[in-house]
Design a protein around this ligand. Structure first.
Ligand SMILES: [Cu+2]
Length: 486
């Protein structure tokens, strides 16, 4: 984290004349985050104590105490976010990053938030879910004048109820949120033994984001309404999302907020959790039920909690399969069952890099070194200890280890499975026989050969089409778009 003194920045940036010298001198310094690393929890230096959260690939904003008020300074500005190694995106955010820093306070704290606007257009900040005076609610034109470019406004209210909140603009929202302007807010309970809010050993938070970044470009398309291609946790995509690393038997809380244009069913492997709170507050204990997936609608926040008692590397992801794909996955035609024999040689005379793909499914794309436009992630990427992960987007791992030290959030590496505990190929003759199909298809598989790939280049591939008569194995070519006949 690099700290930049606010005065030099403003005076060099000059003359906006936005804030008077006296007011300027009263502002807390700005703190900037230069990289996308997950920062260690911010142990509160003053004010009442609390158990801090860990913001996935993010950080919490330091404050200063002034006359008993916690003062924060947010700077809305253009940023460059590394969404994954090799993929830099021009976004808008706060204090150097998208999303902005997490704000952590304690129930009952008086909070003063300075917001400096370094965007090319006006903005506001809405404090989603908070009880506050109407004039502090941040709806541009309705509860306040917009914050013009170059100006600094101040918000002030008391954090009245504990829970999980977020902040985002209520000004040119479609553009500003599509560009990445959002941040997390956690109000910790003032009592450590709150009847509905358990103390946990690990408390993670992140926001769901969706962006439309065309392959080869570096700026999100802000008018997109449904056809997004970049699905993110805290403006990072797998394999750029850090794992959630915990010690076995820790009580774990994961707070998730959704500022995309669709719902996301968030799924955790290997454990059951309860939803212990929403942006409306804690869920009474008697109203909780076990889940392994919970849907998070647009504008909602959920707190998931569980005891991490199973060791391993457990997937944690959105269950919409398109949301665990990278940008290249969205315009690829379905080629399953299409005989491409000879096609590649013909096309390669015109397009030297042309590759045939997808006739046996798309899993091969996880390992393929395809030529890609600059600044573009493959459709699926990331490798595990057993091969390509075939994932992108909203996917990460919950790593549970018995020897993870308390308070240590560092990645322990891949799980070392106890001998004999990994799914494996059966020995010849040990598998039960596969019964013969009775629909008369001569291609029915029997015995141990099932599951093997068909011979490369064989025209027999045509009979993979269910119901296709053997006598006519043929092509199932179905034009993907408008006519391309010659
Ligand atoms: Cu999703």
């Amino acid at each position: 984290m690099d700290r930049r003194h606010f005065f030099s920045g403003m005076l060099a940036g000059a003359a906006a004349g936005a804030v008077s010298r006296v007011a300027l001198a009263a502002l807390p310094e700005t703190v900037q985050q230069s990289g996308p690393a997950t920062a260690p929890p911010l142990v509160p230096p003053d004010g009442r104590p609390y158990d801090p959260v860990v913001t996935l690939n993010g950080w919490s904003l330091p404050w200063r105490m002034k006359d008993g008020v916690k003062e924060f300074h947010l700077v809305a500005e253009p940023v460059v976010r590394e969404m994954a190694p090799g993929f830099q995106v021009n976004m808008w955010g706060y204090n150097g990053q998208s999303p902005g820093p997490t704000i952590e306070v304690v129930e009952g704290d008086r909070v003063r938030l300075f917001v400096t606007n370094r965007l090319p257009e006006h903005t506001t900040v809405h404090w989603h879910g908070q009880r506050l005076p109407n004039g502090m609610d941040g709806v541009g034109g309705i509860t306040q004048p917009h914050i013009p470019a170059g100006k600094t406004f101040v918000y002030e209210f008391t954090a009245r109820r504990p829970g999980t909140f977020m902040y985002h603009p209520h000004a040119d929202e479609m553009v500003q949120m599509a560009m990445g302007m959002m941040g997390f807010w956690v109000t910790h309970p003032k009592v450590r033994n709150h009847p509905q809010i358990a103390r946990v050993q690990r408390d993670f938070c992140f926001l769901l984001g969706s962006f439309d970044v065309e392959p080869g470009s570096a700026t999100p398309k802000v008018n997109t309404m449904t056809d997004f291609n970049t699905w993110a946790f805290n403006s990072r995509v797998f394999p750029g999302i850090d794992p959630l690393c915990v010690r076995q038997n820790d009580r774990v809380r994961i707070r998730v907020g959704n500022l995309t244009m669709t719902n996301h069913p968030i799924h955790v492997h290997g454990h059951e959790f309860e939803v212990t709170g929403t942006d409306g507050g804690p869920v009474p204990r008697g109203a909780r039920w076990p889940e392994v997936t919970t849907d998070i609608a647009v504008g909602q926040m959920r707190q998931l909690e569980f005891i991490a008692d199973e060791e391993g590397d457990w997937a944690l992801h959105c269950h919409k399969s398109h949301h665990t794909m990278g940008a290249m996955g969205h315009d690829v035609p379905t080629m399953i069952g299409v005989d491409q024999t000879g096609v590649a040689d013909t096309i390669r005379r015109l397009v030297p890099d042309y590759m045939v793909m997808g006739d046996k499914g798309m899993a091969e794309m996880g390992s393929m070194a395809m030529p890609l436009p600059d600044n573009t992630l493959p459709m699926m990427t990331g490798r595990g200890p057993f091969g390509p992960a075939e994932m992108g987007g909203m996917f990460t791992l919950l790593k549970v280890r018995r020897d993870q030290a308390p308070g240590d959030f560092r990645d322990p590496g891949w799980f070392r499975h106890p001998a004999g505990s990994v799914a494996h190929e059966v020995e010849a003759g040990q598998a039960p026989a596969v019964s013969r199909r009775v629909d008369g298809d001569g291609a029915a598989a029997t015995g141990n050969g099932a599951g093997a790939a068909p011979p490369a280049g064989g025209s027999a591939g045509g009979s993979a089409v269910p119901g296709a008569p053997d006598a006519a194995p043929a092509s199932v070519r179905k034009p993907a778009g408008h006519g391309h006949q010659h």
